[in-house]
Design a protein around this ligand. Structure first.
Ligand code: AMP
Ligand code: MG
Length: 376
C-alpha cells in the first residue's frame, strides 16, 4: 500500500479505517486519468502496474469494452471490484492474461480444445471457462470452481497485465446494470472517485463483450455470444452448442453464466425493439414516435445510416451501417448512455439480426429492452 500511495498520490487512508468505513474508502478516492491514446507510456504504465500489484484498481481499454482490473490472485482486490461496481458477488470475474503459458498456474489442466482456441483466437475477444486451480481465490470466481480466462487484443491491456503481475481480474468497467463502457469518459462517469486509476486508450474497436465458451462440459457451450461467433468456433472445434438459457425465453431456464441472468445494459428510458421488414419497421417506429410525442414524451430512435432519412421526428441517432456490422456494435452502448444523458422517456430501436455479429448485438439489445419487442 505504501508504494501505491507514493506513486499514485491517492488517498489510501481508508486502508487503516475500520470495516464500517468501507463506503468512505470507495468514494473518497481521487482517480488518476492516464492518457495512452497514442500508445503505451512506459513510466505511467509502471505506476499503473504498481497500483495493481499493491491491491488497487485500474480501468483499462481492451478491444471489446473497458475493463475494471485488479490482481486476480488477491481476494481483497476482487472484493474491491465488486464494491466499486455494485456488482452481485455471485457474478464471477474474467481473469486476463498476457501469455498463454500463464494459464497453467490458474487451471487444473489445459484441454486440447483450449490450446486450439488460443492458437486461433488469442489475443482476441474470446473467454474460455476451465476448471480453476487453488491459485485463484473463490472471491474472483464468485464461489465457482471454474475460472473464466481471456487474453485481450490491445497493447495497453497486455502491457498492464504484464506490469501488474500477470493475472488481472476484470469485469466491464461500468456501474453494475449500466451499459458497458466503450470510452474512458464512460468509465469516469461511473467510477470516478471509486477507483485508483483509469487508462484512456481511446474508443474500443468491437464494443460488445467477449464471447464466452465453456470447456468444462463434454461438448463446448457458448455462454455469451460475442464477436467470435458459433461458426468461427465450430471451424476449430467441431460441434459447439449455444447455452439453452440464451435462446429460450423461459424464466425456468437459467443461463449458465451467472452474469447473463441480470438485467444488464439497461438505459433509464423504456426501450422497445421493432423487428421485421425494413419499410414496415420504419413506418411503425414513426407511428409510435408520433403517438408518444403527442403525449408530450421525449423519444429517441436508434437508426442506421440506411434508414436515417426515413425518420422525421424525435431524437434520431445513427448507430452504424448495416453494410459493416461492427460499426453497430461499436456505438450501441454509447448511444444508450447518450439517451440517458439527454433524459429521453422512450427509445425505439431497429433490430440487428444476422448470423455474424447480429447474435451478440441482439443479445445485448434485447436485454436492454427487457425483452420488449414488437414484430411487424
Ligand atoms: P463482464 O466481464 O462484466 O462482462 O462479466 C463476465 C461474465 O463472465 C459474466 O456474465 C459472468 O457470469 C461470466 N463468467 C465469469 N466466470 C464464469 C464462470 N466460471 N462460469 C460461467 N460464467 C462465468
Ligand atoms: Mg459487464
Amino acid at each position: 500500500m505504501q508504494a501505491a500511495k507514493r506513486i499514485a498520490n491517492v488517498r489510501f487512508t481508508a486502508c487503516r479505517l475500520p470495516p464500517e468505513c468501507n463506503e468512505r474508502r470507495v468514494t473518497d478516492m481521487q482517480t488518476i486519468l492516464m492518457d495512452m491514446t497514442k500508445g503505451v507510456d512506459e513510466a505511467q504504465m509502471a505506476q499503473a502496474g504498481e497500483i495493481i500489484r499493491t491491491g488497487g484498481l485500474v480501468a483499462f481499454p481492451t478491444e471489446t469494452v473497458y475493463g475494471l482490473g485488479g490482481n486476480a490472485l488477491d481476494p481483497d482486490a476482487s472484493r474491491k471490484i465488486y464494491a466499486a461496481k455494485g456488482r452481485p458477488s455471485d457474478n464471477p470475474l474474467i481473469v486476463h492474461i498476457a501469455d498463454f503459458e500463464a494459464i497453467r498456474k490458474i487451471v487444473t489442466d489445459v484441454p486440447e480444445q483450449a490450446e486450439k482456441l488460443a492458437k486461433a483466437f488469442w489475443p482476441g475477444p474470446l473467454t474460455m471457462i476451465l476448471n480453476k486451480s487453488s491459485a485463484v481465490p473463490l472471491a474472483t470466481t464468485g464461489g465457482l470452481n471454474t475460472v473464466a480466462i481471456r487474453m485481450p487484443d490491445n497493447p495497453v491491456a497486455l502491457a498492464l497485465i504484464r506490469a501488474g503481475g500477470g493475472y488481472i481480474a476484470a469485469p466491464s468497467a461500468n456501474t453494475s446494470g449500466r451499459p458497458s463502457p466503450t470510452k474512458a469518459s464512460h468509465v469516469m462517469d461511473d467510477l470516478s472517485g471509486k477507483i485508483d486509476c483509469v487508462i484512456d486508450g481511446g474508443p474500443v474497436g468491437i464494443g460488445v463483450e467477449s464471447t464466452i465458451v465453456d470447456l468444462t462440459e463434454e461438448e463446448p457451450v457458448i455462454l455469451r455470444p460475442g464477436y467470435i461467433n458459433q461458426h468461427m468456433l465450430e471451424a476449430v472445434l467441431g460441434t459447439v452448442h449455444m447455452d439453452k438459457g440464451l435462446i429460450i425465453n423461459d424464466p425456468g431456464v437459467h443461463p449458465k453464466a451467472p452474469g447473463m441472468k441480470y438485467r444488464h445494459y439497461a438505459p433509464k428510458a423504456s426501450l422497445t425493439i421493432v423487428r421485421g421488414d425494413a419499410a414496415r419497421v420504419e413506418t411503425k417506429i414513426n407511428e409510435l414516435v408520433a403517438a408518444d410525442r403527442a403525449k408530450g414524451l421525449r423519444v429517441g430512435i436508434i437508426a442506421t445510416r440506411e434508414s436515417r432519412a426515413d425518420y422525421h421526428q424525435g431524437i434520431i441517432r445513427v448507430v452504424g451501417t448495416r453494410a459493416e456490422e461492427i460499426t453497430i456494435s461499436q456505438h450501441l452502448f454509447a448511444i444508450l448512455r447518450e439517451f440517458d444523458d439527454i433524459g429521453v422517456d422512450r427509445i425505439y430501436s431497429e433490430a440487428f439480426d444476422s448470423e455474424e455479429l447480429g447474435t451478440a448485438i441482439m443479445n445485448r439489445l434485447v436485454k436492454a429492452a427487457g425483452h420488449q419487442i414488437i414484430e411487424v
